[in-house]
Design a protein around this ligand. Structure first.
Ligand SMILES: [Zn+2]
Length: 398
């Protein structure tokens, strides 16, 4: 019902269910999966998660027990969002290019929408109305009164920093600490976009936890544009002053945000991005503003500078905080955790990532209309640039 509130804590892999009277229920999600999104109707809760092999699963829970009769047979990939309604459970997958419509009790496939790139969608409680947010317009489904597009201002030409394609690379980045891309954090709280309640702000980077004082390497070649060689550990009073200001203003000012990054190196990379290496314990003597660094070059060491615990300990919570910027947009800004994660995987290990694999391991063996129609034998209707494909009744039953 409308009083239901659900929260997915994907860093710690549990879900919360808040009742109207204030009670809450909490349950664990399997340890080896990555929760993506949650939605519910009445007392039914649908969880969308990604498995270790990058396939995705929708699981139905009542109370905290899983109801196994809900078993979608369609492979789901690059999951983005789930919305449960009385008549359909909708899953946006294929990085926003496909919407699956499952029967709410059985998980049987009811319909497939093939979409232009969609970043988010919503549905009416009875499931009959759908609204999609595209890159520069809204798409309505079954609403003749809203048959025109609503444009969000001037259509932007060319790639923009908030388009995920801008961040993709054909040359893999180097891993900035010991280890490799498999060590990318599984906790969304250590990724860009995570909340930072202590300073009423948002985390703009990715945390790489490794021992204090171990080397930090440049992920890509570029020119050093900022290096804090003469950094001094701030006092407790300085931290208190910053925190009081954040609380008074209700957000972290850019100046305070810079303070919390501690000792930093900024590198303007050859591709135009600026990499910021933060919380450093030290900086290599040859990392001087205006000089070049090469990929894999040691530029500093892991530390905890700028983090609130650094006042009491030089080693507690030591980690590298790494940000990537294009103009005034950071990698991960406006994105869901799963999208940021895919981008980072693509940066550090392109051939292992999901990118460019939208149509593998799915019922879309070949992209777009004719082959789909052939495969599924269903109707194809053009509506507001949406392709609506109705599958044959008996196929894909669980
Ligand atoms: Zn961080």
């Amino acid at each position: 019902g409308s009083d239901m509130r659900l929260r997915l804590e994907s860093s710690y892999s549990y879900a919360n269910y808040y009742f109207p009277d204030g009670r809450q229920r909490i349950w664990s999600i399997p340890e080896d999966v990555l929760p993506v999104d949650v939605s519910g109707v009445e007392d039914l809760v649908y969880l969308l998660w990604q498995n270790e092999n990058k396939s995705a699963t929708v699981a139905l829970f009542q109370e905290t027990a899983r109801l196994t009769q809900f078993a979608p047979a369609v492979p789901i990939s690059q999951p983005r969002q789930i919305v449960a309604t009385e008549t359909a459970v909708y899953v946006l997958d294929m990085a926003g290019e496909r919407l699956l419509d499952f029967h709410p009790q059985t998980g049987k496939l009811q319909a497939i929408f093939q979409l232009p790139m969609v970043t988010a969608f919503t549905a009416s409680p009875d499931g009959s109305q759908l609204l999609f947010a595209g890159k520069d317009r809204l798409y309505f489904w079954q609403q003749p009164s809203n048959s025109r597009f609503i444009y969000g201002g001037t259509t932007l030409l060319g790639p923009q920093p908030h388009d995920t394609a801008v961040w993709q690379t054909s040359t893999p980045y180097g891993w900035p600490i010991t280890g490799n891309f498999r060590d990318l954090t599984r906790r969304d709280l250590q990724m860009p976009g995570a909340p930072r309640h202590y300073r009423l702000g948002v985390h703009q980077g990715t945390d790489f936890y490794w021992a204090n004082d171990t080397p930090v390497y440049a992920v890509a070649a570029g020119i050093v544009i900022r290096t804090m060689l003469d950094y001094e550990q701030p006092s407790q009073a300085a931290f208190n002053r910053r925190r009081a200001q954040n609380l008074e203003l209700g957000y972290t000012t850019p100046d305070n945000l810079d303070f919390y990054r501690g000792q930093q190196i900024w590198v303007l990379q050859e591709n135009g991005f600026v990499a910021r290496y933060a919380h450093l314990g030290g900086i290599a003597w040859d990392v001087v503003e205006g000089t070049a660094v090469t990929v894999g070059q040691q530029i500093g060491t892991v530390g905890n500078s700028g983090s609130p615990v650094s006042v009491n300990s030089e080693t507690a919570d030591a980690h590298l905080h790494f940000e990537l910027w294009l103009d005034d947009i950071y990698l991960g800004q406006f994105l869901r955790p799963i999208e940021t994660r895919e981008l980072l995987e693509q940066l550090f290990f392109p051939s292992n990532s999901n990118y460019g694999r939208f149509f593998t391991n799915s019922i879309f063996s070949t992209p777009f209309s004719y082959p789909i129609r052939q495969n599924l034998g269903g109707r194809v209707i053009f509506l507001h640039f949406l392709l609506y494909i109705k599958p044959p009744p008996s196929k894909n039953a669980p």
